[in-house]
Structures are given as structure tokens and as C-alpha cells.
Design a protein around this ligand. Structure first.
Ligand SMILES: *Cc1c(COP(=O)(O)O)cnc(C)c1O
Length: 385
């Protein structure tokens, strides 16, 4: 019997949506359907459901897609092989030669690279704007603008954009608003409910949550767009394998409890850094001094686990700090249970050097994990000197 989850809370849907016990064996956990193909009852007739080949569909992936859609409050979810594959699918589905998009001035480096180095060759142009500045966004929109691509909180400067306002601007211009919701996760923010048309995720980060799998997802309420995205994914083939889908689904189950601890720890680390003499500036939307704090408080449940800060003694001191931490592992990526530190200028954001998206050289980014916050704080203080 399937329980109606439409009025269930987030934590319940994370554990049950799309994840009914296996009808054949009663397995409580969705099995890893490690198969490429499916027996058919006759030529052209598939058994139970519509599985014929795993590039097109796989039951473990379907479970993940239903769970993700439920958490984002979306009618449709599609899982991809990576966050960039999901991003690529949205861009190539919505945009045609001659179209234009508006991109945030601190967009994820890989998204910028795809737009600037790949899409440009296909005749798509873009403009860059500070998405927290409504006038700048309005000025960047052109008659041929089809998309506004937004990250909030953004990466790595934790800028906050007002999603309801951006949706209004996009729709007024006949464009769609896409939100890369990787940093916030649906536990902290649901962009579709605020007027966004498409949500994109790198499930590699908080949704998977354990730094052991790469994946992506697209969520939308539009039926036709879902068909177009499905067609492109099946044509191009950027699908996650069954085990990757299973790992992500397993991660999702604990998203709410993990996010609460990420937020608890990040709030305390941000306070500690704000008072530290070696820290020039802290970027964390949970701080009342953050310029986007009020908008973040309005559209987010809490403020997330990502913090960036500038070292008071400049670039070399920042690099030294990043190589001195012991619990904060020096590594790219984010959103796992373990704490990470990185230097965006030379690591995650090296691809935007020299562009309008360049980041400060003395900037360090933290992905605050769910370890004991006293240990994390001590580690950072020792590394800062
Ligand atoms: C990591 C990331 C991506 C890209 O996702 P992959 O899974 O690495 O392909 C896109 N957007 C944001 C905000 C990210 O952090």
C-alpha cells in the first residue's frame, strides 16, 4: 500500500517518497537495479512499467527522481550524471542560437566555463550581473534574453538574490528563471515555490552528502520542458549509474538532520571568524552584518554550511592557512559530512581568472562539516595563527 505523502513533512518525504518497499521481495530499501536491459513480454511490449534500457530509465534512478521532485515540490525530476550534465541539459534545451542569458557575477566556475567556452560557439551570448542588485539585473536583460541563471547563496561569495523578484523580472521579459539550488538544498530553500521555473542541483554536494558520488538533477513543474529534457538526456546519455543513484538516494534520507548540524556549526564558525584579528571579512548570510541577511531570512529556513572569508594579511597568508588546517581538509567540492577548506582563486574558481567573475586572492572558502564544532574552531584558530 502506498502512503499518501502529499501532506507529509520534509523529513518523511526524504525517507519515503518514491521509496515504497520493493513489490516483489518486500525489500525496505530500494534495490540497486544493476542492469542495462529488461526482458520484454513480446516484441514491442515491455513488462510492468516502461523499462526497456537503462540509458532511458532505471528503477533505482526513478526512485531518486521521485524523491528529489517531492523534496523540491516539483512535478518532475530528472537525474543526471553530474551537476554540469544537468546544467548542460537545461542550457541546450532552453537556448537556441541568437538567444541570450543573464548570469550572476559569482556563478559556479564550471557553469561560467560551459557558457563562455562552449555555448558561445553555438551562438548563445550572455551578460553578467550582480543578482543581488535588481537595477543591474534589469539593465542586463535584453529582448533576446531567455534565461536568468541564479545561484543563491552564490559561490564563493555567498551573495543572496531575491528569488521572487528575479522571477518577476524574468517572466516580465518572457524569460525563465533557473536556480542552481546546490548550496541551499531543498531543506533550506524551495525556489519553485518562489516563482522559479527550473531548479538545478549538483547532487554531488549536500544531497549525496558524503563526498562519495558525483551526480546532478533538474526539477521543474513544466510538462513539456520535462519531455524535452528527457529527450535530450536519452539522446545524449548523461545518466547516473544505478549505484550512483542509490548512493544519492541514501544520502537524501538524512539531508534534514545533516543540514541542521551544518547550519549549527557554520553559525558558530562564522561568529568566531568575525571576531578573529586575522580575518578581514566574513561572508555568511546568517550574520546580521551580511548585506543579503534579510532576504536570506525571508526565503531560507536557515543559512547553510558554506562560509568564505578574506585573510587580513593577503594572498600568501590565505594560502598558508589553507595548508595548515588539519581537520579542514584542503580539497575542492563541498557539502559532505567532513569539513573542507579551499582557495577559490587557485582552485575551484581558477577558470574565471581574468573574467568579470574573478574572486579576491586572499579569499578562503569553507565547507563546514558535521564534526564537533569545538574541534573545527580550534583547527581554524591554530591555522590562522
Ligand atoms: C559543484 C557544483 C556544480 C557542478 O556540479 P558537478 O556535480 O561537479 O558537475 C554546479 N553548481 C554548483 C553551485 C556547484 O557547487
Amino acid at each position: 500500500m502506498t502512503h499518501d505523502l502529499s501532506r507529509s513533512g520534509f523529513e518523511t518525504r526524504a525517507i519515503h517518497a518514491g521509496q515504497e518497499p520493493d513489490p516483489r521481495t518486500g525489500a525496505v530499501i530500494v534495490p540497486i537495479y544493476q542492469t542495462s536491459t529488461y526482458a520484454q513480454d513480446g516484441v514491442g511490449g515491455t513488462r510492468e512499467g516502461d523499462y526497456e534500457y537503462s540509458r532511458t530509465a532505471n528503477p533505482t534512478r526513478t526512485a531518486l527522481e521521485q524523491a528529489l521532485a517531492s523534496l523540491e515540490g516539483a512535478r518532475h525530476g530528472l537525474a543526471f550524471a553530474s551537476g554540469m550534465a544537468a546544467t548542460d541539459a537545461v542550457l541546450r534545451t532552453v537556448l537556441r542560437p541568437g538567444d541570450h542569458l543573464v548570469l550572476g557575477n559569482d556563478a559556479y566556475g564550471g557553469t561560467f566555463r560551459l557558457i563562455d567556452k562552449v555555448l558561445k560557439n553555438w551562438g548563445v551570448s550572455y551578460g553578467v550581473a550582480d543578482l543581488s542588485n535588481v537595477d543591474e539585473v534589469r539593465a542586463a536583460v535584453r529582448p533576446e534574453t531567455k534565461l536568468i541563471w541564479c545561484e543563491t547563496p552564490s559561490n564563493p561569495l555567498l551573495g543572496i538574490a531575491d528569488l521572487a523578484v528575479l522571477a518577476e523580472i524574468a517572466h516580465g521579459a518572457g524569460a525563465r528563471l533557473v536556480v542552481d539550488n546546490t548550496f541551499a538544498t531543498p531543506y533550506l530553500q524551495t525556489p519553485l515555490a518562489l516563482g522559479a521555473d527550473i531548479v538545478v542541483h549538483s547532487t554531488t554536494k549536500y544531497l549525496g552528502g558524503h563526498s562519495d558520488v558525483v551526480g546532478g538533477a533538474v526539477l521543474t513543474n513544466e510538462d513539456e520542458l520535462r519531455e524535452q529534457l528527457f529527450f535530450l538526456r536519452n539522446s545524449a546519455g548523461a545518466v547516473p549509474g544505478p549505484f550512483d543513484a542509490w548512493l544519492t538516494l541514501r544520502g537524501l534520507k538524512t539531508l534534514a538532520v545533516r543540514m541542521d548540524r551544518h547550519c549549527d556549526n557554520a553559525e558558530q564558525i562564522a561568529e568566531m571568524l568575525s571576531a578573529h584579528p586575522k580575518v578581514a571579512e566574513v561572508y555568511y548570510p546568517g550574520l546580521t552584518a551580511h548585506s543579503g541577511h534579510d532576504v536570506a531570512a525571508k526565503q531560507m529556513r536557515r543559512f547553510g554550511g558554506m562560509i568564505s572569508f578574506r585573510h587580513a594579511d593577503g594572498r600568501q597568508a590565505a594560502l598558508d592557512t589553507a595548508s595548515r588546517t588539519e581537520l579542514f581538509i584542503l580539497a575542492e567540492s563541498l557539502g559532505g559530512i567532513e569539513s573542507l577548506i579551499e582557495h577559490p582563486g587557485q582552485m575551484t574558481h581558477a577558470s574565471v581568472a581574468g573574467s568579470m567573475l574573478q574572486v579576491p586572492a586572499d579569499l578562503l572558502r569553507l565547507s563546514v562539516g558535521i564534526e564537533d564544532v569545538r574541534d573545527l574552531s580550534e583547527d581554524l584558530r591554530a591555522a590562522l595563527g
